[in-house]
Design a protein around this ligand. Sequence first.
Ligand SMILES: Nc1nc2c(ncn2[C@@H]2O[C@H](COP(=O)(O)OP(=O)(O)OP(=O)(O)O)[C@@H](O)[C@H]2O)c(=O)[nH]1
Length: 591
Amino acid sequence: MRAIVLSPRAIHAVQHSCCSAALPYRGTHATETARSHRNAFTNCTRRSLSHAPRRSGERSHPIAVDPTIYALSTASGRAAIAVIRVSGPACKRVYERLCPSKPLPEPRSAALRKLYAPNAPPSTSTLLDSGALVLYFPAPHTVTGDDVLELHVHGGPAIVRAVLAAIPQCTEPLTGANEAVGSIRYAEPGEFTRRAFANNRMDLPQIESLGETLSATTEQQRMLSVRGTTSTLAARYEQWRQLLLYARGELEALIDFSEDQHFDESPAMLCASVARQIQTLSTLMEAHVANAVRGELLRSGISVALLGAPNAGKSSLLNRIVGREAAIVSQEAGTTRDIVEVGVDLGGWLVKIGDMAGLRKAGLVGADVVGAVEQEGIKRAKQRALQSDVLIVVQDATADVDTEVAETTKQCVELGVNVVVVINKVDQSDDPRLVDGWKTRLRASLGIPLEKMFFVSCRDAEELAREHSSDPGHIQVFLQGLLGTFAEMTAALVPEADPDPSIWQESLGATERQRALLSECLSHLGSFLDAVQDPLQDQSNPQARDDEEPDSTDIVVAAESLRLAADTLARITGRGEDGGVEEVLGVVFEK
Ligand SMILES: Nc1nc2c(ncn2[C@@H]2O[C@H](COP(=O)(O)OP(=O)(O)OP(=O)(O)O)[C@@H](O)[C@H]2O)c(=O)[nH]1
């Protein structure tokens, strides 16, 4: 990652640009024109601020008005233990009312307590739970940033219900304390996390990863989400945003002070140097976006399509891959008509495999007629193949390559689909030249590399043993090859400009929302580069560089593009001055 170098001039300009209305209009007509361009442009594009900026450590609500919230944090239903979490200023009071005879446990130390109904003297008849583990976490270093009380009660539904019903009755103090602790109510979905965000305990990218942690079902999704919750993604976005602010500061300085002060560089040289920084940043951001797309494959699953002629063994291969009879296998050609979709966890990757109709030409095929239903199935099969992430072409080792199959495979290769070829039914041939023959043919006709060709038999080992044949199928070799393809597709790309693989692993965790905003940011950077293109070209021509000044309107447009780009990054973290915080929170928390 390039270090951000901030020139004193840029700091000065950024500071002043934040309160540019207060700047006296000094200087010549040219700079005044540039300033007025900037103000007019900025005013018409800047969105109105409906929310005061939230700064680090600043709370969204004063403590006194925050209600205390509570919720069952473990799943409902019968269990050995249930955890009830309380967060807010009334935590101590809740403890005092439920455990009236014992002191509050030491912060972060578990203590065994009996819990009693709050509005009756402690007795066996008012006992809610005979042995709960109680933990108290004082603010601010807690999961929400507020005081937190955790009650690990016995997990019987009646006990959980009774304790949950008792908590909101704990508002009155047991002793003569008169400090206001506000109301106590059941938490809304995601409210603990919202408070963590409001209290700067979590950033938005971490919250998004938390959502993914809770919904992860495969090993790869788990690794992705865990990386996200501990990652420095938000820090990286903020670093990029600062770089944009400083770059903008350089241009603002040009607008505000160029004719009043002496600069070491000419305006053209300055624009060119800022443009180079932005170009480097764009390259890094593009790699980040590409990795986000790869990460999406881990999250939503890799779409795999099985393509081949009728009877090639597609359904048989699907059943061998998923380890059960997911699709009907029959000697009758054209058994599979519609797409059979099967979701499966393959070696940690979520995979959606589509078994499809065998491709063959419409009309009479030998004794068979390709009817309307089969034709529709073939059409869908082709579409599904073209939309897939991985295409597995299944070819009967004893048959010729079907022209329809070859044609669709070529189209997929052109579209960048990852193609793997499986030569099936190798048990049916004892020709020693079979493998080499197919390798030569496939490389010549479809350009498939050797490592993407596999020779298998879908007949299971038991079946072959009954017929006194050995298992020549190497299904496991094929499966390992398939997993290798998945690994290649989902590995993080590391741009040359920043060859630190550990950082780029994390960019796989960028969510779809972050990816969309980064793409928007990149388009603003593109506008910036367009606007300063002329000064940039002047840089290669020293004569022009010295003589020609960049157009003031272009500089204003360029500076405004940088502002929009920086604001877009702020929307990713939800911490920006004009970040549309509530809008962003709505998108994130609706999940
Ligand atoms: N000997 C042998 N027979 C196989 C092998 N794989 C599949 N078969 C047989 O080939 C026939 C067709 O298999 P399927 O899996 O239904 O083929 P398909 O490509 O799905 O066929 P359609 O649904 O018609 O497109 C069945 O009789 C299978 O038992 C294999 O590796 N060796």
